[in-house]
Structure formats: structure tokens, C-alpha cells
Write a protein that binds this ligand. Structure first.
Ligand code: HEC
Length: 366
């Protein structure tokens, strides 16, 4: 399996090498600045100029249908690149995608997430992923790829996916979001890791979308609705990704710099608006900021809701295991795929997998 995974990455890398050199972008640990990132960072001065024609594609989506460039004609759309087994940057990218969906209430905007992992992300997997993150969002299409169709799409958007030599995820890929207009022309490239660019993307997409009268944003009434709409749950209900917030208010929190602080109201507020200011110990994943995303009245409601969340279990730091088939590091949580370890029923130890295909392979070989 290690080999097969390698082969996939070779295919992706091959796709990456045919990409126009000027715009190659990779998200690497040392954060090299590439031409695409520089292009992205010029957002303020670029003023939505036409950049290049988006590539043609025709790919299966999570609803069992197909989505093509032609089918998106007539409305602006935003596209990013993800894979569902990714535990590092993708939850953050998807959280940004959901934030964007909430900001852009226009019915005619569309959102597209292209999977860069043809081996694991089939239509069913993408469907479950969409269900987890934004079950009610009808404007979001998650597209399954094959190595050849993926290479073409990556090339057409001038982004790359490539193997990581270390870390949690085997495929390192672009944190770039691309904005395409109703005629299928790329109008902006934004690095979602930069807050100003993310806000510029929301603004530019709204400009393109405001053909008709902007409908009034659906105002959330309760903290519970905000909690669901802002997608706090997919991370915070999964103890391996983010700390459970039940019973947190008033407790002591251990930070990654060794300090211990009290989770008072100021701390909760700061956690939502400036999450990187104080990082809870033991969580490699970063939380996205909600500054500028959430109105102050809603913030007060959400804060009261978080304060009132009841404790459900002990707060424990996430545990990881190594997938015996592909060697990837996986989080051990209630949703983790697992099987009884080789050696039969006498020992009750379990092994954990990144995907069903790895588990099937493991079970098939014994
Ligand atoms: C992409 C995943 C993700 C999303 C979405 C997310 N968080 Fe977080 N959050 C984290 C992680 C990871 C941490 C711990 C690391 C840190 O402190 O930055 C955290 C920490 C926190 C903390 C401090 C927790 C503690 O134990 O001290 C609070 C409060 C919080 N988040 C609230 C929220 C709220 C409210 C929302 C929705 C508006 C939200 N988060 C959305 C990942 C996320």
C-alpha cells in the first residue's frame, strides 16, 4: 500500500511539473514564497481583473451528479483543494470554506472543493464529509477526481499537490482559494491563511454575486444555531481535533507554552477572535479566527452558549496511532477506523487506519 500511495503521489507530482512554472504553489513547512502566493498577496491592488480562463472539467460530485465548468456558467464560484482524511490544514481550509458560505448569502454563488486524493475520496466519502461540515449547504459541490482528471484541474488552476516528507498528512497541498466569475474566468487568487486575503475574497465574491438584490442574511437566533452555522461542532465535538468545550468556563487551561490560565469570559472571547494568542496544549490543528466573520450581537449570544455548555467527559489530549498499511499518523477518536490487531482473539489490541481502503487491505492480507 505504501507503494500504491507513492504511485499516486508520483502521478500528482507529474501533474505538478507540467504546470506553468510561473504560478507553481506548494504549501510547505518552510513557507517558500512562490509566484502564485505573490499573486495572491497582491489582492488589494488587483481589483478583480480577469486573470485566465478556468480549466474545463466534468467531475462526479457528492450528491451522485456531475459538475462541470459549463454547469457552473452563469454564477460566480469559489474553488479550493482538500482531502477528507487530512488532519492538519484541511479542517482549517474547510472551516474557512464554511465561513465563506455563511458570509456570502447570495443564492447564485457556488462553492467547489476538489479532492486531491483520488485513492481515498470517493463520492460516498465526500458526501459524508459535506454532511459533517455543512449539511444544509446546497451551493457546495465536493468533487471526486482520478489521477488524470486531478492533474488537469490542478494545472488549470495553477496550483499543485505534492508529497510531504514528514508530518501528519501525506499530501501537502495548496491553501489557495480561486475565485471564478460567471463567465468562467479566474478573477482572483487568495491565500486563505492570510486574514486580509480571506476577507478580500469574501468581498470580491460578493461583488461578483451582487447581480440582483442582495437577500437579507439569515439571522441566527440562538447560540445553538450559531454553534452549528459557524461549524464549531465538527472540530469541537471531535476530541482528537479540538478540546471539548463542555464545562470549560471557569476551569484552568494548560497552554502550549506551559502557562496555566483561567477560562474566564475574556479567554473564551479571545479564543474565538484571536485563537493563536493562547494555544491549548496538545492540539496540532489551528483554529480559524472568527474576527470579522461574526457580528457582535451574535458573538454575545455564542459566548453565552459556550459558557453554558455542560461537561460531557474528561478533557484528554488527543492520541495518535500509525496506520500499519500506509504509515500515516491517524488520530484515535470514536470515529477512527480500526480492526483487531493480527494475532487473533487472544490479545485485544487494536490497530487504526486512515481510510477504509487501508483497513480492507489489512484485513485482506491476513
Ligand atoms: C478547524 C477546527 C476548529 C473550528 C471550526 C473551531 N475551533 Fe475552537 N479550537 C480548535 C482547536 C484546535 C483549539 C485548541 C488549540 C488552540 O487553542 O488554538 C480550539 C480552541 C478553542 C477554545 C479554547 C478551548 C480551551 O480548551 O481552552 C475555544 C473557547 C474555542 N476553540 C471556541 C470555538 C468556537 C466558539 C468555535 C465556532 C465559532 C470554534 N472554536 C471553531 C479548533 C477549531
Amino acid at each position: 500500500m505504501k507503494l500504491e500511495h507513492g504511485a499516486l503521489l508520483v502521478v500528482i507530482l507529474f501533474g505538478a511539473t507540467v504546470v506553468g512554472m510561473g504560478y507553481m504553489v506548494t504549501r510547505t513547512h518552510d513557507r517558500r514564497t512562490t509566484a502564485a502566493e505573490r499573486l495572491a498577496h497582491q489582492g488589494e491592488s488587483r481589483k478583480l481583473e480577469p486573470l485566465w480562463a478556468a480549466p474545463d472539467f466534468d467531475l462526479p460530485d457528492q450528491r451522485g451528479g456531475r459538475v462541470s465548468k459549463a454547469s457552473l456558467q452563469g454564477r460566480p464560484w469559489v474553488v479550493n483543494f482538500i482531502f477528507t482524511t487530512c488532519k492538519s490544514v484541511c479542517p482549517l481550509l474547510t472551516a474557512k470554506m464554511v465561513q465563506l458560505q455563511r458570509r456570502l448569502t447570495e443564492a447564485n454563488v457556488h462553492f467547489v472543493s476538489v479532492s486531491v486524493d483520488p485513492a481515498h475520496d470517493d463520492v460516498m466519502t465526500l458526501g459524508a464529509y459535506a454532511q459533517k461540515w455543512a449539511p444544509a449547504e446546497k451551493r457546495w459541490s465536493l468533487l471526486a477526481t482520478r489521477p488524470d482528471s486531478l492533474a488537469a484541474v490542478l494545472e488549470g488552476f495553477k496550483v499543485t499537490a505534492e508529497a510531504a516528507d514528514s508530518g501528519v498528512d501525506p499530501i501537502v497541498h495548496s491553501s489557495i482559494f480561486v475565485l471564478v466569475d460567471a463567465a468562467g474566468v479566474v478573477r482572483g487568487v487568495y491565500d486563505s491563511e492570510h486574514r486580509e486575503e480571506f476577507l478580500a475574497l469574501a468581498r470580491d465574491a460578493a461583488l461578483l454575486a451582487k447581480a440582483g438584490a442582495p437577500p437579507a442574511p439569515p439571522r441566527a437566533r440562538t447560540g445553538e444555531e450559531l454553534w452549528a452555522q459557524l461549524s464549531c461542532a465538527p472540530c469541537h465535538d471531535s476530541p482528537s481535533l479540538a478540546p471539548p468545550l463542555g464545562g470549560l468556563f471557569g476551569k484552568k487551561v494548560e497552554l502550549d507554552n506551559g502557562l496555566v490560565v483561567e477560562a474566564d469570559e475574556g479567554y473564551l472571547l479571545e479564543s474565538i477572535l484571536v485563537p493563536d494568542a493562547k494555544r491549548v496544549r496538545g492540539y496540532p490543528l489551528r483554529m480559524p479566527t472568527y474576527d470579522g466573520v461574526i457580528e457582535s450581537a451574535d458573538l454575545v449570544t455564542l459566548l453565552a452558549y459556550v459558557k453554558g455548555l455542560k461537561e460531557t467527559g474528561p478533557r484528554v489530549a488527543p492520541q495518535t496511532a500509525v496506520d500499519p498499511v500506509c504509515g500515516m499518523e491517524v488520530m484515535i477518536d470514536p470515529q477512527a477506523l480500526s480492526a483487531e490487531a493480527d494475532g487473533g482473539s487472544s490479545g485485544s489490541s487494536r490497530v487504526f487506519f486512515c481510510s477504509e481502503s487501508c483497513r480492507d487491505q489489512y484485513l485482506g492480507h491476513r
